[in-house]
Design a protein around this ligand. Structure first.
Ligand code: ADP
Length: 242
């Protein structure tokens, strides 16, 4: 068994050189796939996710359609080459659980009542995993839904906070996720001030929790702006082409 490494170095920096309140570099793009109605690429550090959305379309089999709203079908999946050892491509219990967690967080943001009797299919593929894949996937899904032209209450912006060597840190990397004392993914609808996903693995004192939420909100503000820029840039591209 591997020994837990020191997560916070003597100079106060983390193993990847970040300060405790620093995000990883991020990249977002929409409209990257030609065959899907909506798509996106989200990179958070080395974590890389592609999302694709189909719909709203006719629901098959018909008896599964709902008379008053669209059905949302969501799949989170890790490619066999996304981890350091080949991952079995069959969906694991973890992937089935995360698909459900992501569906529940995404569902509340989409105006499903506007599309009765239809199906919206959302696929997320983890291309490379380096912690934070559920949140990067959720953001990728949110962007791909918007790219598909489906109306939403707000975009989802999300980041994990946690505790490493007793220090509250923003946007956990893989060693911090694996060895840290706490891992708390937080997703928000920032302009509505709503939290739509929060989980906690590990232990934090009330004071650490408050500090963590403060860091998460700061990170989410930055990420939300990046999302809005990503969408604006795409529309600017269309305008130029026209
Ligand atoms: P999240 O990716 O949302 O942080 P977890 O906390 O379950 O979800 O996973 C943390 C990290 O552990 C993942 O991002 C990934 O880097 C790694 N990981 C998860 N599942 C596997 C797996 N089957 N094989 C190798 N690494 C994995």
């Amino acid at each position: 068994q591997i020994q837990k490494p020191k997560l916070i170095l003597d100079n106060g920096l983390r193993l990847d050189g970040r300060k405790p309140d620093e995000l990883r570099p991020m990249k977002m793009e929409i409209g990257i796939l030609k065959n899907a109605d909506g798509s996106s690429l989200v990179e958070v550090g080395n974590t890389k996710i592609i999302a694709a959305v189909y719909g709203p379309k006719e629901m098959h089999p018909r008896h599964l359609a709902l008379p008053n709203r669209a059905v949302l079908r969501v799949r989170y999946h890790m490619t066999p080459f996304s981890t350091d050892e080949r991952k079995n491509p069959a969906p694991s219990r973890r992937e089935i659980e995360l698909s459900k967690v992501i569906r529940e967080a995404l569902e509340g943001t989409i105006l499903v009542e506007q599309f009765p009797r239809t199906l919206i299919d959302v696929f997320m593929e983890v291309i490379q995993a380096d912690a934070g894949t559920r949140l990067a996937s959720l953001m990728a899904a949110s962007l791909a839904v918007v790219d598909a032209g489906i109306p939403v209450k707000d975009l989802i912006a999300a980041v994990a906070v946690g505790k490493a060597d007793g220090i509250v840190v923003l946007d956990l990397n893989e060693p911090e996720d694996m060895w840290g004392e706490a891992d708390m993914p937080v997703a928000m609808l920032p302009s509505l001030g709503q939290i739509n996903l929060i989980q906690l693995n590990g232990n934090m004192t009330p004071e650490e929790f408050r500090k963590g939420m403060e860091l998460a909100k700061k990170g989410i503000d930055y990420i939300y702006n990046l999302e809005k820029e990503t969408i604006k840039n795409k529309y600017a591209e269309f305008k130029e082409e026209a």
